[in-house]
Ligand binder design. Structure first.
Ligand SMILES: *Cc1c(COP(=O)(O)O)cnc(C)c1O
Length: 397
């Protein structure tokens, strides 16, 4: 059915969607209802880490769907046990709680830290978070986020999330008090505009939180699962956090997330935490398939290599078009523009014919790139060629 005949009025308007309908995807490519093809450097907001409809996910879903979809979270199932085991054996964490979304995993991290504070820190409950951070869209995770305007949207906020400045240790020190139980941050602020926490800042933060006997929580919903060329981004800084959350890439496109913690932090009593779909085998089986692929020989090295390749290509655009620069880690990168033409570029890229390009501008002056980790150098070349053309045609707009 052509999109002109689609009646979309039954959907709540939560974003302005372009007038097209996607029908199919494979790898780095999407196809719409008009027969147009798009090169996808957004990948469902960095969730399709193996690209669209990868065979291992199709296989895991269909195999698991034939045997067991959901026995309820009150029982063990094979996939949840296998996924948790894989996650703990490849991280510094001892236990896993599986959930459905990044926000839900972060909500769980906040609850775990508050419970730990009740038991070990005399009821301390404040979690220091950062300006421009993004932790999700539930009330607590919106309150934890440092997105401008979110303090009044849906007021009143959930209390207990004072905001420090990223890469400014003194701003964290100034907020630590008797009620502080944890510091929580993204190793790279993704939605904030791909702003990395520096390695020495993360190391100092680890030392500071140890010195105060408080927890360090890393939100790796966007940076985890190979996105930066290591399995988890905090590994670049050589730190060992107390709690980590995963989302996006762990499900390769399906709703799956995880809360991981070290043994001594795990203080949920039966009944404290749960959820109808948590640990369901259908999604957990996908998580197992994704993780196995990421851990296969040479995979993470290839992400690192392609990250360097993308960075070099973006740097050439910076010089050619006199832009501000590029930054990021692995295959999470940003191009900082000369003007606020990010949204115009995103629109022009989408509308480009005969082939479109999906890009994202988390801030008006920058573009963010989060391709499939399986993207090829040839696809990066195609994206760069198209972007080069668009940068010429939107100049000055
Ligand atoms: C996307 C994101 C979230 C929220 O994940 P949802 O699955 O949308 O709830 C939380 N934290 C970070 C760092 C994210 O990038």
């Amino acid at each position: 059915m052509p999109h002109g005949e689609l009646d979309t009025r039954s959907l709540m308007t939560i974003t302005h969607r372009p007038d097209l309908v996607f029908l199919r995807g494979e790898g780095s490519w999407l196809h719409d209802d008009q027969g147009k093809t798009y090169l996808d450097f957004v990948q469902g907001w960095a969730v399709n880490c193996l690209g669209h409809c990868p065979p291992e996910i199709v296989e895991a879903l269909s195999r698991q769907a034939r045997v067991l979809i959901n026995p309820s979270p009150a029982f063990y199932n094979e996939a949840m046990i296998e996924l948790a085991g894989l996650l703990t054996s490849h991280s510094v964490f001892d236990r896993v709680f599986l959930a459905n979304t990044g926000a839900e995993a972060n909500e769980g991290a906040i609850k775990l830290a508050r419970k730990w504070g009740q038991i070990h820190k005399g009821g301390a409950y404040e979690i220091i978070t950062f300006e421009h951070s993004f932790h999700g869209r539930t009330l607590a995770t919106m309150s934890a986020s440092g997105k401008p305007g979110w303090d009044t949207l849906f007021a009143p906020q959930v209390p207990g999330f004072p905001k420090a400045r990223l890469n400014d240790l003194d701003s964290v020190k100034a907020l630590i008090g008797p009620d502080t139980v944890a510091v929580m941050l993204e190793p790279i602020q993704g939605e904030g505009g791909v702003i990395p926490a520096e390695a020495d800042f993360l190391q100092s933060l680890r030392a500071l939180t140890h010195a105060h006997g408080i927890l360090l929580i890393v939100d790796e919903v966007q940076t985890g699962m190979g996105r930066t060329g290591r399995l988890f981004a905090h590994q670049h800084a050589g730190i060992e956090p107390d709690i980590m959350t995963l989302g996006k890439g762990i499900g390769g496109g399906v709703p799956l997330s995880a809360l991981l913690a070290r043994e001594e932090i795990c203080c949920f009593a039966p009944g404290d935490q749960g959820g109808t779909y948590n640990g369901n085998p259908l999604m957990a089986a996908v998580g197992v398939a994704v993780l196995r692929r990421l851990l296969s020989p040479g995979f993470l090295e290839s992400v690192e290599g392609k990250g360097r390749y993308l960075a070099a290509a973006l740097s050439r655009l910076v010089i050619q078009h006199r832009l501000q620069g590029e930054r990021g880690s692995g295959l999470l990168r940003a191009l900082i523009l000369d003007t606020d033409r990010g949204p115009a570029l995103v629109k022009a890229a989408l509308e480009h014919a005969p082939q479109g390009l999906l890009l994202n501008a988390p801030r008006p002056n920058l573009l963010r790139f989060m391709p499939a980790l399986t993207v090829t150098e040839g696809e990066i070349d195609q994206m760069i060629a198209l972007l080069d053309e668009l940068l010429r045609s939107t100049r000055g707009s």
